[in-house]
Write a protein that binds this ligand. Sequence first.
Ligand SMILES: *Cc1c(COP(=O)(O)O)cnc(C)c1O
Length: 570
Amino acid sequence: MMDQSELIARHSANQLTSEFEHQYQNIVANFFSRDPKKWPLFNDPQVQAITQFRKTVLADNQLIHHYPNGADLLSQLNSQTHVQQHMNFPGAQQDNLLTFASALCKNWENPLAVENVIAMPSDPALYGSMLGLLGNPNMVYCEYSGVADTMEKTVIKKMANLIGYDENQASGLFTQGGTMCNLYGYLFGIRKTLKDSKQLGMSVDQDYRIINSQGGHYSNMTNLSLLGVDIQNKTIRIKVASDNTIDLHDLEQQIRACYTVHCKIPVILLTAGTTDTFGVDEIKQVYDLRNRLCDEFEINDKPHIHVDAAVGWPIIFFINYDFNNNPLAINEATLFGLRHTVEKFKQLKYADSITIDFHKWGYVPYTSSLVMVRNGDDFKALENSPENFTYFEHDLEGQTHLQSTIECSRSGVGIFGAYAGLHYLGIEGYQTIIAHCLQNANYMRNQLIEMENAAVMVPQNQGPSVGFRLYSPKLQADPQAIFDYELSCASDKAAYETMIRNSKWHRNMFLTRGKSGLFTNWVDSIACSTYAEHNRFAYIPGEKAVFMNPTTERHHIDAFIQMLKEMSQA
Ligand SMILES: *Cc1c(COP(=O)(O)O)cnc(C)c1O
C-alpha cells in the first residue's frame, strides 16, 4: 500500500492530465479572467483600466513605477488632509486617485501571489457582491433587509446540505470575518453552559475552563481576552500531535481533570484545516469523547464543539465526489490525499457550529464569513432581553436573529457574493479549482523533495499551504534527517543551535531573493518542536507558499524551483 509521502515523491503520480488541464482552463477563462464579454460589469473604462493593469507578474513594489505618474499620485493621496469646499460633478473630472488606489491594492490576481490564505475573488462573486452593494440591505433585521433575508437563509440551507446538517434544524449567520465566527462559537458554549453569564459575567459563581488547541488560529486566543476570560488560569490549550491536530489523549485527560473537580467546560474549539499546516482535527472522535465523558460524569450541559474551518471548508465540495471513477481526472497523489482529507471533513456534521470564510478558499470578496449552527435553537441562548430592542417592530421579532447577534448593522454583501459564487461555479467548478490548488501544492512538494536540500512540512496534511525549510547542500545530509534532529530543539541545546544556524542560512537566501519567482512568506512557526519537560516546546521558522491562487500554473512553480536550486548551489 502506497502512502502519501511516497506518492508525493513520485513524479508520475503528480502529472497534470490533459482532461484536467482542459477543464481547469475553461474555468479560469469563464470565472477568473475579468472578461467583459462574459461579465459586462467589467466593461466600464475605468474598471477595464484597473483589471488590465493588474494582469501582470510584476512584484508589488514595482507596480508604482509601472503605473502612469504612480509616484506622483501616491504623494497626492498622501498629502490630502482636508475635505475640499467645492463639489466634483460626475464626468467633469474623474477621480484619478480612486482608480489608482484600486489598481494598486495588493495584486492577488498575479499568478505569483502565494503569500497567505488570501485569494482573488471570482468574477461571479464580484458580480454578486456588486448587486448586494446596490441593494444595500441591512441584515440587522428583516424589515431593513427585504429579500436579502431570504437569500441568507437560502445560502445557509445549501451549506447545511453540503455539510450534512439537517437543513430544517440548522441555522447560521453571515458576520464580520472568521474571527467573529469563532467568537460566536465561544459565545454559544458560554451562554448555554454558564447560564448567568449574560448578566453577571464569566466567573461569578462557577468554575470553568475553555478548551482549545495549541494548533489553533490566534483568534482562538484574542477572542478569549475580548470575552474577559482569564487566559492564564481558565484556558486549557491542548497539545498537538506531529501533524498539528489536537492530541486526543491530552484532551481526555484534561476534560477528566475538569469534571473530577466539578469544573464546567463551556466550549471545545477545534480546527479543520490549520492556517499554515492544514491539520484537521478528528471531530467525530472528540464528539464521541465528549458524549462518553458527559455520560460518565453525569454532565447535562455538554461542552459546545465549535470547529474553525475558516480555510479548510471547501473540501466539503468533494464529499460526494466519485473517487473510484475520478471524473475530473485528478492525479494520483492528489486524489489519494483528497480521499483521506474528505473523510475528515465528513465529520464536520458532528460540530455544533462551524466557521466558514467564503473570502478565503471560496473566492468571494471581503468579508463573507458564515457561522453555521447545527441546531438553530442555540441562538436562543444568545438572545438579549427584548427591552433592549424597543425600536423594532415586535411582530417580526423571532423570525430573525435580531436579538442574538453581536452586531447591529450587518452587511449583506457577503451573502450575495457567496450566493453568486455557489450558483455560478457549482460543486464541479469548486472541485476543479480546489483540486488545481492541491495539485499545485503537491507538485511543489514533489519538486522540493527532488531538490534534495529541502524538508517539506507534514506532507500528509493535504492543504494548500506548503511549508518548507532549505538547507545548505554543503551539509551533505538527508534534509529530512536534519529536520528530524531539529525537532528535538526544545530539549537538546546542540539541536537548537543547529536549527538556528540552518534557519539563518535559509532566511538569508529568502531575503536575498526578495519577492521573485513566487511571492512566498517567511513565518516564525512553520513547525513545532517535540515537547520537552513541562510540555515546553519551541517554534521552528521556515518559508511557506499557499496555493490558493487559481491563476498559478506549473511553469511558475518550475521557474521558482529553478531559482532555489541555483541559489542553493551558489
Ligand atoms: C483566517 C483564519 C481565521 C480568521 O479569519 P478572518 O476571516 O481573517 O477573521 C480563523 N481561523 C483560521 C484557521 C484562519 O485561517
